[in-house]
Design a protein around this ligand. Sequence first.
Ligand SMILES: Cc1cc2nc3c(=O)[nH]c(=O)nc-3n(C[C@H](O)[C@H](O)[C@H](O)COP(=O)(O)OP(=O)(O)OC[C@H]3O[C@@H](n4cnc5c(N)ncnc54)[C@H](O)[C@@H]3O)c2cc1C
Length: 600
Amino acid sequence: MPVYRAPVQDSLFLLNDVLAVERYANLPGFANASPDMIEAVLTEAGKFCEEVLFPINQSGDLEGCTRHDDGSVTTPKGFKEAYKAYCDAGWTLLTQPEEFGGQALPHVVGFPVEEYRMAANQAFAMYPGLTQAAVAAILVKGSDEQKATYCPKMISGEWGGTMNLTEPHCGTDLGLIRTRAVPNGDGSYAITGTKIFISSGEHDLTENIVHLVLAKTPDAPDSVKGISLFIVPKFLVNDDGSLGDRNALQCGSIEHKMGIHANSTCVMNYDGAKGWMVGEENKGLAAMFVMMNAARLGVGIQGLGQADIAFQNAVAYAQDRRQGRALTGPQDPQEKADPLFVHPDVRRMLMDAKATVEGLRALCLWGALQVDLAHVAETEEERQRADDLVSLLTPVIKGYGTDKGYDVATNAQQVFGGHGYIEEWGMSQYVRDARITMIYEGANGVQAMDLVGRKLAQNGGRAIQAFFAVIDGECARAKDNEALADFAGRLEKANGELKAATMWFMQNGMANPNNIGAGAHHYMHIMGIVALGSMWLMMAEAAGKALAEGRGNKAFLEAKLVTARHFAERFLPDAGSLRRKIEAGSEAMMALTPEQFYAA
Ligand SMILES: Cc1cc2nc3c(=O)[nH]c(=O)nc-3n(C[C@H](O)[C@H](O)[C@H](O)COP(=O)(O)OP(=O)(O)OC[C@H]3O[C@@H](n4cnc5c(N)ncnc54)[C@H](O)[C@@H]3O)c2cc1C
């Protein structure tokens, strides 16, 4: 049977020793986040995820959601009770503003909690996760009345939230949206159209569901410039805040899909449903992007969560299962075979997993800190720098993070041999659940294009220059430390490959834009490697310092140093080969006709 242990020790190491969040105690929100408080929150969250969410992960996968003839949807056994316990314990409130009932803790404290719940039960975690993203959009773009009407109940978890972009003919290319919004003359709109693949579109966990829907008004340009965003609640809300009539929308069906079975993926039919515009007309995409940016970081955390739970179980299995003998001679001569753990190839998979999971965890928390600093840092310059960095790294956290999260999950499954393919062990579910993270919230190819096609050039390349400066600064500082000098030299080299790839795009992208598209995925991966490299450098420095001062768990800290070395030896060199792929350009990639691709 699979197990889950929340990685509280690692989260605390990152928050206290690596990111040293205590130094921001003067900033709004951070004052509430003392080390003791953080430890208490993460310990309780870990316990909740281990004891309440994880036990219904496998059963939820087996049972899935059920749609009834009246369009209602029932979540698997135990989900309703777990959701109530989740809300009662206040887990929906952590990072939300105090004026709407939240606890206003920094995101850097909320992210580990999100990771634990994603790892313990991704399908469950998506229900409150989407609500959180919808709240983010209403808080930034909604009117005061909309905030007052919807945010308190969504933040408390009494009402859910969804995001409705996709239509049957329209996925990545949102300019193709056909859903219509016709003014009713009273400030509301009649929304008509069909949305597909809507996560948490209908379920039995909350008394109301607030759908955020992209649609076009009658005279809007028929392109991305003509999209507006609307709040379309399942039940209309009376002036006194109570629930009124049922709105004209329904779940037409739910999808039978590869993973996340316990999260309802719905076809949503809007038949003149009443909706209210959020923000300005034709500026809906910008409003939805507030939600999508929050959700993209959230999906990066899903990739991390699935990688972590798969990795944990693979480590346990490799110690238990006995096959063959160590290449260097029997390790347990009294037994007929040694544990899988002795085989270097099994170690390769486990060490790669450890280096990736712990590196991604650091990057996600570093990203969360930038989200906080972008809002509350003392100076405009600091806020802008943090905003530049997190917006540059968001496609990397989502795209690279979920590509690698899936790799880790399949490698962890590989450690189980044939047993990994059998549902009972749980590994198959982690692989299936991880797979969607590479597809939704903008498929990873689109994340790579967002990075290379949009983010690199924004504001004259200000963000990428800031990123290079961060890495260069860290390497220069670390080179003075004998224990870190080798790592710093290798990271500097990988950063040099990233700089060269950036320059190659500048020189070869204008003449042939396909050169950008052909190298975008590789570029996103080089940046992921460099970003994780910088995290490992910071972790090695913090671990070395704690060891020298005789603080902390010695075995845990020593493992950090060894894993940093593994990352330097086995991950950083890939930056060079990825750069060479980029420099090969697009000629061969784009040369064949469709007929030449497959000749039977
Ligand atoms: C389980 C599940 C849950 C979902 N939840 C939601 C939800 O809650 N709300 C919602 O609105 N949607 C949701 N989606 C939809 C999801 O976001 C889309 O499937 C995704 O955005 C891709 O769109 P598509 O499937 O139409 O693929 P397409 O857009 O047809 O893309 C197909 C492939 O082509 C590539 N591609 C397309 N255009 C480009 C381009 N310009 N440059 C480079 N590559 C390109 C893509 O990367 C992809 O690999 C969900 C989907 C699933 C399966």
